[in-house]
Structures are given as C-alpha cells and as structure tokens.
Ligand binder design. Structure first.
Ligand code: ZN
Length: 134
C-alpha cells in the first residue's frame, strides 16, 4: 500500500550553494545530510510537515544525478512514495507492467529501502518507492 509522499528529490550542482538558498527558505540551517554510496550522491533533507525536500548532489561524474543534470539541468529529479511493504509493491506494480530501474531494494538515505520505477512507464516522472528499514 502506498502511504504518502515521503519526499521530493531535487538534483543540485552544489549542496553548499543550494543549502544557503534552502536554509533561508525553511529557516533551518543544519539539515540532516548523508552520503549514499549506492547512489553516488550526498543528500540533505529539509522536513516539510510529514514529508521533506531532498537535495541531491552527485559524488561521481558517472552517477545518475550527474547524467540527469548534464541532460536537463538542476531541478526536480524524483518523487518518493513511501510504502508499507516494498517487496509486495514491486510484485504488484510488475503485474501492472511497470518497469523498474532496479527491482531489488537498496539502502537509500535516512534509513529506508528504495527502488526506482523507470520514467518510461510513469509519464516521464522518476518515482522512488521507499520503506523504512525495520
Ligand atoms: Zn529520494
């Protein structure tokens, strides 16, 4: 079951520069920040009510974030939907012919398992599914 929008991911060139902007926007200067090796990225979270904005900076020139910024520039990268059981959602969505970028959950940021649906099957929107690691 899909529970809520967990966060919206925004690809940025520089977390340093973007943090100045978003810290002013949210009046919060010390966002939770971590590097996610699997995604070759460093991310900062700005909580907004029950969800958050996730700023994503690439840590490698061959990462998906680097390729995204090269092609489309900075901006909204993905929408993350939180689910109660990521493995059963993968099966359910595959039965509906959704394609996945990766269909084996990996450790994302902030203590979640994540997978990505391919934007080809979701009207050009990259959708991440996440489930809190128990
Ligand atoms: Zn995300």
């Amino acid at each position: 079951m899909i529970k809520k929008i967990n966060h919206i991911g925004i690809a940025v060139n520089s977390l340093g520069l973007s943090s100045e902007i978003f810290s002013k926007l949210f009046e919060q200067s010390n966002p939770h920040t971590e590097t996610v090796a699997e995604q070759k990225a460093t991310i900062s979270f700005y909580p907004v009510g029950d969800s958050s904005l996730e700023l994503i900076e690439s840590t490698a020139s061959d990462s998906s974030i680097s390729k995204f910024i090269e092609k489309r520039g900075e901006g909204i990268h993905h929408i993350c939907l939180e689910v109660d059981d990521i493995k059963s959602e993968i099966v359910r969505l595959k039965n509906h012919q959704f394609q996945f970028v990766n269909d084996v959950p990996t450790a994302g940021g902030d203590g979640y398992w994540v997978v990505f649906l391919h934007p080809k099957s979701t009207n050009g929107v990259l959708i991440e599914l996440c489930e809190k690691i128990k």
